[in-house]
Design a binder for this molecule. Structure first.
Ligand SMILES: Cc1ncc(COP(=O)(O)O)c(C=O)c1O
Length: 387
């Protein structure tokens, strides 16, 4: 069978051998601390589950929905006002089956073969996949330790900026855990206007942010709605990863074009999931705030604990991830992850899977209770791998 040339643009799955090793270790009855996958382990709030269950009892709700219900679009608008103090209208909102799918397809809406797009490096892998799918050429702007893992526009050459169609920005960042600093979005908006670049802000972690900071929306900043769209996912804030609910929000012509592409391939979100989304967006937010505190306790346990045993790594400031340099004396991020797993049972993700500047680092997800994280740190210490 001959497959498309397009398929060759995607890298081979580097998780396969990590997974194989994990299964072998489980078979041997070894204790595993799985910090590799960013799936929340917190409960989905009862009012969200009940909305879905009740809606699923109605036969009419099992038909193609074909569209975002006015009720759900209104719920997004009122949530943006309540949570972010941002005014939006229903024609500025289009749902997608998770930001993964939405971002995966947006390159097809905006780019022709050979167009240039600006992506952070390291970054969440679907940013790269989307460019590959559309045949666009990524220019990776660095997110380095020296720059606090934040975008530095001076790193983007003028001729690249002139050619770029869009720029993806995502803060709090997966994988680096960096968060937006005062003034950064204003700078990005000025840059976007100067070079006529669309900004795509991936706002997956607005509710997981530490040290007293409060997450916001890119669209709050003056001029943002003229130059950008934001992906706003319910996955992490509301522990709804499996339900696949996210929204692309912002500049009207981009939303209309995004909807046009989606209408070719999608018959709309399952009604009971739309009802669950409405319940999440209009319901109480105390659980969301509580779980942010819980993530912070895990961050403290992991970053503080690892530093105490001699692993020199910075605190994560937001997202559900910690980004750590591969300790001195080891090879690449993949071989270090394999050795760490073998010697300690702790499973992490090699930095190389997050794009060109990810090598030399590993990512750990805050998906275990503090007590389990403490045991994982102990296992690392006792293995002697850091000495
Ligand atoms: C930065 C970022 N964007 C998007 C996603 C995907 O979110 P969704 O569940 O809405 O597809 C994730 C998931 O981990 C993520 O970390």
């Amino acid at each position: 069978m001959k497959f498309s040339k397009r398929l060759e643009r995607f890298p081979d799955e580097i998780f396969a051998s990590l997974n194989k090793k994990k299964l072998e270790m489980e078979k041997e009855g070894r204790k595993i601390y799985n910090l590799s996958v960013g799936t929340p382990d917190f409960e989905t709030a009862p009012h969200i589950k009940n909305a879905l269950i009740e809606a699923a009892k109605e036969q009419d709700n099992w038909k193609y929905s074909l569209r975002d219900t006015p009720e759900m679009l209104e719920a997004v608008c009122s949530y943006y006002k309540k949570r972010f103090d941002v005014d939006i209208t229903p024609d500025m909102v289009c749902s997608c089956n998770g930001s993964q799918e939405g971002i995966g397809h947006i390159g097809l809406v905006l780019c022709d073969e050979g167009d240039t797009v600006l992506l952070p490096s390291p970054c969440y892998p679907v940013f790269i996949a989307s460019a590959n799918m559309a045949g666009a050429k990524p220019f990776y702007y660095p997110m380095t330790d020296e720059a606090g893992y934040l975008p530095r526009l001076s790193d983007i050459p003028e001729e690249v900026a002139r050619q770029a169609v869009y720029m993806i920005v995502s803060l709090p960042s997966n994988p680096t855990g960096s968060v937006a600093k005062e003034g950064i979005y204003e700078e990005i908006i000025t840059f976007a206007k100067k070079y006529d670049i669309l900004i795509i802000h991936d706002n997956a972690y607005s509710d997981i942010i530490f040290d007293g900071e409060v997450g916001g929306s890119f669209l709050k900043h003056p001029g943002a709605k003229d130059v950008g769209v934001e992906f706003f996912s319910l996955s992490k804030s509301f522990n709804m990863t499996g339900a696949r609910v996210s929204f692309c929000i912002g500049r009207k012509d981009v939303i209309a074009a995004f909807r046009k592409l989606r209408e070719q391939i999608d018959f709309g979100m399952f009604y009971p999931i739309q009802k669950a989304a409405v319940a999440a967006l209009t319901g109480p937010l105390d659980m969301v705030r509580k779980q942010c505190t819980d993530y912070e306790a895990r961050r403290n346990e992991l970053c503080g604990g690892l530093r105490k045993i001699g692993w020199d790594l910075p605190d994560s400031h937001g997202s559900m991830f910690v980004w750590a340099p591969v300790p001195k004396g080891f090879g690449d991020s993949f071989s270090f992850c394999m050795e760490l797993m073998e010697r300690t049972g702790v499973i992490c993700t090699p930095g190389a899977s997050f794009g060109p500047l990810g090598e030399g680092y590993i990512r750990m997800a805050l998906v275990l209770e503090p007590e389990e994280i403490r045991k994982a740190v102990e296992a690392i210490d006792e293995s002697g791998i850091l000495r």
